[in-house]
Write a protein that binds this ligand. Structure first.
Ligand code: GDP
Length: 316
């Protein structure tokens, strides 16, 4: 187990994942958790990151910072997605090596796998075929991050591990209708449609694409579990192993927020990958399983959204 009294750096603490990691570290009794605001440290700047690490000298690092977004943001801002992520992974991993960080966990994404990978996707599918074009820039940066951690382990023996989460959701997500991922975007659209008493709600694509959804508190729990129990070269999938069609997801969100609404599928928008569900046997064999069922997670996330919206705290 990693030492609860030692210093821990969470890179990206304001994001969906980072804020969940902070909650999890707090509940596990970590007493020295360090964070830094974006205005005080640009994680894409290697010399600034080196200087910060030399002063702070964290023992453990959760590398969960990055530029993220849904299918539209990914396809329209490929430069930001590849540049920001390549740089952030590079600077933090390198600086961690320089100051002798004892253990680092890096988070990738299930979009690293080939579009035609066999489903549920096993870890070994990496680099076995072409990527899904709608998120290729992001996926390439994330693959580089895996190889970066592998490289520092192979060459220097650094204990840097990689976890590949599936599509995430939960409190603190980006609820922007255009740039967010499907789950928060639809939540917002149904919420507003109800406010305005609209009869129909638009869902992008055919509704037939299938995705797996993991609550971010489950992910944070898995990250701590891996920091405590896993030290190996190969990246490891984190998910529920269960997928749902987008139509099914949209119906669940409709039933929760605005049951009277009728769904309208906009097939001019891309479906992206036809199916994306992870094989999670490796993690299950280590002894970890997701605990939050989708319907429960949808309901608590919607409660969070309403409260945060009333306080003007929703990221968009
Ligand atoms: P992806 O897993 O990288 O494709 O990420 P997304 O969460 O952005 O999209 C998942 C699927 O949901 C795709 O098939 C989208 O076409 C579909 N989708 C349906 N409605 C929406 C929406 O309002 N926003 C987004 N982002 N996706 C939507």
């Amino acid at each position: 187990m990693i030492d609860r009294q030692s210093s821990v750096f969470v890179a990206g603490h304001k994001g969906l994942v980072g804020s969940a990691i902070l909650r999890r570290l707090d509940s596990a009794g970590f007493s020295d958790v360090r964070v830094v605001e974006r205005k005080d440290l640009d994680l894409r700047d290697q010399s600034a990151v080196n200087a910060w690490f030399e002063t702070e000298r964290p023992k453990y690092v959760f590398l969960v910072a990055g530029t993220v977004g849904g299918i539209m943001a990914n396809s329209t801002r490929p430069a930001d997605f590849i540049y920001d992520n390549l740089m952030i992974h590079g600077t933090v991993v390198h600086a961690s090596h320089r100051v002798g960080v004892e253990k680092l966990i890096y988070l990738g994404s299930s979009c690293i796998y080939p579009r035609e990978a066999d489903q549920p996707i096993i870890e070994d599918s990496l680099l076995s075929g072409p990527l899904e074009p709608t998120n290729e820039s992001y996926a390439l940066a994330k693959i580089a991050g895996i190889k970066l951690c592998e490289g520092y382990r192979r060459q220097y023996g650094d204990d840097f591990i990689s976890a590949m989460p599936t599509n995430l959701y939960g409190p603190g997500d980006n609820f922007d209708e255009m740039n967010g991922h499907v789950l928060p975007s639809l939540m917002r659209r149904f919420h507003e449609a109800k406010d305005e008493q609209q009869e129909t709600v638009e869902v992008w694509g055919s509704g037939k694409a299938k995705r797996e959804f993991l609550h971010v508190d489950d992910l944070a729990d898995a990250c701590l579990f891996l920091m405590d129990n896993y030290s190996d070269l190969e990246h490891i999938n984190v998910g529920t192993g269960i997928d749902h069609s987008i139509k099914e997801l949209a119906e669940n969100i409709r039933d929760l927020i605005y049951p009277e609404a009728e769904l309208v599928f906009d097939t001019s928008k891309p479906d992206g990958m036809p199916r994306k569900v992870l094989n999670v046997s490796k993690l299950t064999e280590l002894g970890w399983k997701a605990k939050i069922p989708l319907l429960e997670g949808l309901s608590s996330t919607y409660d969070w959204f309403r409260t945060a919206k009333a306080k003007g705290e929703v990221r968009e």
